[in-house]
Design a protein around this ligand. Structure first.
Ligand SMILES: *[C@@H]1O[C@H](CO)[C@@H](O)[C@H](O)[C@H]1NC(C)=O
Ligand SMILES: *[C@@H]1O[C@H](CO)[C@@H](O)[C@H](O)[C@H]1NC(C)=O
Ligand SMILES: *[C@@H]1O[C@H](CO)[C@@H](O)[C@H](O)[C@H]1NC(C)=O
Length: 473
C-alpha cells in the first residue's frame, strides 16, 4: 500500500515536472497556451510589437520624404554638376600634354596577411592614396549651390594605371573599376582605396630563424612616359602606427620600411618603390627546434656514462640519431630548399646528426673493447695508463717495448726483463706493480671517458661556431 502510493506520488511529481519544463520551453518560444495567464499576454504584445515595428519603420522612412525637399534640390544640383563635368569628357585622354601630369601616391601597410617562405609569396593589405589634378573636372562651386566636391566612379574619369612589377601570379592593376574618386572644385582628384598586393619576395634564410627579410616592390606606371607623367611618393613612411597591425610571425622594422622616389633619369616608365623590412620572431623556433636539438645532443654525450653492461647505450644513441633526422625534416618544412645560401641551422642539425653517428660508432668500439677476452696487450696497457695519467710504470714499459722491437724481436724467453711478451709481462705485473693490473673493462672505461669528452667538445664547438656566425651577421 505504502509503496504503491509512493510510486504514484513519484509519478505525479514526474508529470508535474514534465509539464513545468514544457511550460518553460513554451515560454521561451513565445508560443504559450497552457501556462498561467500572466505570461501569455506578456509574450503576445512583444510579438505584436515586433510585427508592428516594421510598418512603423516604414512610416518613419516615409517621413524623411518631407524633409527631403531640400535634399532633392541639392542632389538635383549634384546630378547637374555630374552631367556638366562629364559631358564631352573623354576618360582616355590625359589631363594635360604640355608637361608631365604629377601623380602622387601614398602607400600605407595595413597588414602582412601571409608570407610563405617556401614559395616567396608575400601577401600584403595596403591602403593607397593617389592624387592628381585634372583641370577639366574643376568647377565653380558657387554655381552649384556651394558643393565643394563630388564623388564619381573611377571608370568615368581619367586615372593613372599602375602595376606592381614583383607580382606573384598575374600582373594586375592596382585598384578596381568599382571604386570612386573624389573631385574637388579646383580639379584635384583623390583616389583612396585598399588593395591586397600579392607579391614575390625572394627569401634569404641563411640565418634562419634569426633572419631579416627585405622586400622591394616597384609600382610602375607602365603605359606612360616620363614626359607624360611623374609619379612620386607623398611621404617616405610605409608604416602608420595606428593603421598597421602587428604580425604574429614578423616584426616590422619601421625605420627601414620606406617609400622612395625613383629619381634616376632612366628611360623606363615612372616608378615608385617601397621597401618592407621584417625580422622574424624567433621565440617559437627556439622552443620548437633549437632547445630540443641541443638537449638531444647533450643526452647523446651522456651515453658514455651509462654502464656498458646495461646494454641500453646503442638504443639511446640510435634513437637520438633518428630524432635528428626528424628535426631536419621539421626544419625542411619551414625553410625553403635553397642551396645557395643554405640555412646555418640546417648545417648545425646536420653536424649534430654526424656527431650522433660518431657516437654510435664509438659506442660500438667501446662494446667491442669491453667484450674482449684474454689479456690486454702491453702496448694498449701503456696507452691506457698514459691516458689515465699513471706515468709511474707506463713509461718504463713502453721504453722496454721499443727496445724489444728494435733489437731482438724473436729473442728467446730466458732474457726475460727485455721481453714484451704477454706471459712474461703478466708475471712482471704480478710481481712488481700489482695495483696496475689493466683488464679490458678498464680499457673500455678509459675509452668511454675520452669518447665522451671528444663528443661533448665537438658539440660545444659546433654550437659556439653556429651561434657566433649567426650573431655576427
Ligand atoms: C534649388 O532650390 C533653390 C531655392 O532654395 C532654387 O533657387 C534653385 O533653383 C533650386 N535648384 C534646382 C536645381 O532645383
Ligand atoms: C618625392 O618627390 C617629391 C617632389 O619631387 C617630393 O615632394 C616628395 O617628398 C618626395 N618623396 C620622397 C619620399 O622623397
Ligand atoms: C630596400 O632595401 C635594400 C636593402 O636593404 C636597399 O638596397 C634598397 O635601396 C632599399 N630600397 C628602398 C626603396 O628603400
Amino acid at each position: 500500500m505504502n509503496k504503491s502510493s509512493k510510486g504514484r506520488e513519484l509519478q505525479v511529481l514526474v508529470i508535474l515536472l514534465f509539464c513545468c519544463c514544457e511550460g518553460v520551453l513554451d515560454q521561451n518560444q513565445g508560443v504559450t497556451f497552457q501556462t498561467p495567464g500572466n505570461v501569455g499576454p506578456n509574450a503576445a504584445p512583444t510579438v505584436v510589437g515586433d510585427t508592428l515595428q516594421t510598418p512603423g519603420s516604414d512610416g518613419s522612412s516615409a517621413a524623411p520624404t518631407d524633409i527631403a525637399d531640400d535634399a532633392d534640390n541639392s542632389s538635383a544640383i549634384a546630378a547637374l554638376l555630374n552631367s556638366d563635368l562629364l559631358s564631352g569628357y573623354n576618360p582616355n585622354i590625359l589631363p594635360k600634354y604640355n608637361k608631365p601630369n604629377e601623380v602622387s601616391i601614398k602607400i600605407t601597410l595595413i597588414n602582412i596577411n601571409n608570407f610563405d617562405e617556401l614559395s616567396g609569396q608575400l601577401e600584403l593589405t595596403v591602403m593607397c592614396d593617389l592624387r592628381w589634378s585634372d583641370s577639366r573636372l574643376s568647377f565653380d562651386s558657387s554655381k552649384y549651390g556651394g558643393i565643394h566636391s563630388i564623388l564619381l566612379p573611377v571608370s568615368n574619369v581619367w586615372f593613372p594605371v599602375l602595376y606592381i612589377l614583383q607580382a606573384y601570379e598575374a600582373i594586375t592593376r592596382i585598384g578596381t573599376n568599382s571604386a570612386f574618386v573624389r573631385i574637388d572644385s579646383n580639379g584635384a582628384v583623390t583616389w583612396t582605396f585598399g588593395d591586397v598586393f600579392n607579391i614575390l619576395c625572394t627569401v634569404d634564410v641563411k640565418y634562419f630563424p634569426f633572419d631579416k627579410q627585405s622586400c622591394t616592390v616597384s609600382i610602375l606606371a607602365w603605359y606612360y612616359r616620363r614626359e607624360e607623367m611623374s609619379l612620386y611618393a607623398q611621404t617616405s613612411q610605409l608604416i602608420n602606427e595606428e593603421l598597421t597591425s602587428e604580425s604574429a610571425q614578423w616584426d616590422i622594422n619601421v625605420d627601414e620600411s620606406t617609400v622612395k622616389n625613383n629619381t634616376k633619369d632612366s628611360p623606363g616608365p615612372p616608378e615608385v618603390q617601397f621597401n618592407l623590412s621584417i625580422t622574424r620572431r624567433h621565440g617559437f623556433y627556439i622552443v620548437y627546434i633549437i632547445v630540443p636539438v641541443m638537449l638531444l645532443s647533450v643526452i647523446n654525450t651522456l651515453v658514455f656514462l651509462m654502464p656498458v653492461t646495461c646494454g641500453e647505450r646503442m638504443s639511446v644513441s640510435v634513437t637520438v640519431c633518428l630524432s635528428f633526422v626528424i628535426f631536419m625534416d621539421t626544419i625542411n618544412n619551414n625553410v625553403p630548399e635553397s642551396s645557395s645560401p643554405m640555412a646555418e641551422l640546417y648545417k648545425y642539425v646536420l653536424s649534430l646528426l654526424v656527431q650522433s653517428a660518431i657516437t654510435i660508432f664509438l659506442c660500438v668500439i667501446s662494446l667491442v673493447l669491453f667484450s674482449c677476452k684474454g689479456d690486454v696487450p702491453l702496448c694498449v696497457q701503456c696507452v691506457v695508463k698514459t691516458l689515465r695519467f699513471k706515468y709511474s710504470s707506463s713509461w718504463r714499459c713502453c721504453k722496454r717495448k721499443v727496445v724489444v722491437m728494435r733489437v731482438t724481436p724473436d729473442i728467446n724467453y730466458s732474457t726475460d726483463m727485455l721481453n714484451c711478451n704477454d706471459s712474461i709481462s703478466k708475471v712482471d705485473a704480478f710481481g712488481e706493480i700489482a695495483d696496475d693490473i689493466i683488464d679490458w673493462e678498464y680499457v673500455s672505461r678509459t675509452f668511454d671517458i675520452y669518447a665522451g669528452v671528444i663528443v661533448l667538445s665537438l658539440f660545444v664547438t659546433l654550437s659556439v661556431y653556429t651561434f657566433v656566425t649567426i650573431c655576427i651577421s
